[in-house]
Ligand binder design. Structure first.
Ligand code: 3PG
Length: 396
């Protein structure tokens, strides 16, 4: 793909689509600025090359009701960017309206403006060409550095870049890095290739598991989806979470996997998912006692998974092994995270919750890559192509 290295930004205004859809606290403060930090190399490069920045992102899923949507303003995000980039950042009160137009037309090289939440405009979701033209008219060229949004076909991802001549469209360093790691995972992964899949639902991961089974030597299962697989095999799962309407899917995936899919061989069980009331114990084997809830992989499973991860050439991990946000149920997810951190393999972590776990354990710098994508990372692992990237030409 054409990258920002291929474009000349001198004296130019670059419209950069970023994914600043960051988690907010109840008071509306940015609680995790990982996605903002991840865009800095691209932003700094364009500024150093003599360009000016017009940044556009969505934040949350506004409903169209201005009162309910007020917390989704980009004000706090712009303020956090200003702290992180160490230069003044202006914030426009609209996306393509009079304030955005005035601020963008007065923009000088080295200056930065953050437009208001692009999803405050109904044309964004619809991919409306008129809205796309209005947004594109603010700038001289377009950069996609919004990896987390690449699976969306909204105006700012597809119709806006189409407004620019092909030689003025590029991907930023973040998208480039994410695509490089995806290629290492899905192209010719260094063997043995291992996938670790956790989380609550099999239904969210069917396409990912199907595609990964074509690539991996071993697929390790954890999280609550374990119990849908175990029930599908005819085991007793106590009161564990289970998708009863997906047992046939689970059976099909197990058949498809041949011997590649590994399920936990022991379990941390509890009588209550409330950590204050939890009485936990470890159960060996594949059958859980009546009334017990499987809440984490057991210590034997954690050790076995850690060993497989340490001996792998490539590992991709999505989905926690248990209810890691509560201390009594954390051990399995922590052990897998530590194994990822100390493995010599190419190790990639993706999906909101898993990235959060690795950050929380302070291990984000020890794995090869923590993706900024949630849904986008999963769809990429499913092998889906993205229109938002198809509109960026290949390098000539
Ligand atoms: C994400 O957080 O996965 C992206 O920012 C996309 O957000 P969306 O799911 O609201 O489109």
């Amino acid at each position: 793909k054409q990258t920002i290295k291929d474009l000349d930004f001198h004296g130019k205004k670059a419209l950069v689509r970023v994914d600043f859809n960051v988690p907010l606290t109840k008071d509306g403060d940015v609680s995790d600025d990982r996605r903002i930090r991840a865009a800095l190399p691209t932003l700094n490069h364009i500024l150093e090359q003599g360009g000016a920045l017009i940044l556009v992102s969505h934040l949350g899923r506004p409903s169209g009701d201005p009162t309910a949507d007020a917390p989704f303003t980009m004000d706090k995000v712009a303020a956090r960017l200003q702290e992180l980039i160490g230069r003044p950042v202006q914030k426009a009160d609209d996306t393509v309206g009079p304030d955005a137009q005035a601020k963008c037309s007065a923009l000088k090289p080295g200056e930065i403006v953050v437009l208001e939440n692009v999803r405050f405009n109904t044309g964004e979701k619809k991919g409306d060409p008129e809205f796309a033209r209005a947004l594109a008219s603010l700038a001289d060229c377009y950069v996609n550095d919004a990896f987390g949004t690449c699976h969306r076909n909204e105006a700012s991802m597809v119709a806006v870049p189409e407004q620019f001549p092909p030689d003025r469209r590029a991907i930023g360093f973040l998208v480039e890095k994410e695509l490089t790691i995806l290629d290492q995972l899905l192209g010719k992964p260094k063997p043995p290739m291992v996938a670790v899949m956790g989380g609550a639902k099999v239904s969210d991961k069917i396409g990912v598991i199907e595609n990964l089974l074509k690539k991996v030597d071993t697929l390790l299962i954890g999280g609550a989806m374990t119990y849908t697989f175990l029930k599908a095999q005819g085991h007793e799962i106590g009161k564990s979470r289970c998708e009863d309407d997906r047992l046939d899917v689970a059976r099909r995936l197990l058949d498809l996997g041949g011997g590649k899919i590994k399920l936990p061989e022991d379990h941390l069980v509890t009588t209550s998912i409330d950590p204050k009331e939890a009485k936990t114990s470890v159960v060996e084997g594949s059958d859980l006692p009546e009334g017990q809830i499987g809440i984490d992989i057991g210590p034997k499973t954690a050790a076995a998974y850690a060993e497989i991860i340490k001996n792998a050439g490539t590992v991709v991990w999505n989905g926690p092994m248990g209810k890691f946000e509560d201390e009594p149920f954390r051990a399995g997810t922590l052990k897998v995270a530590e194994a990822m951190a100390s493995s010599p393999a190419v190790t990639a972590v993706g999906g909101g919750e898993t990235a959060e776990a690795v950050e929380q354990f302070g291990l984000a710098d020890k794995v090869s890559h923590v993706s900024t994508g949630g849904g986008a990372f999963l769809e990429a692992l499913e092998g889906k192509a993205f229109k938002s990237l198809d509109v960026i030409p290949d390098r000539s």
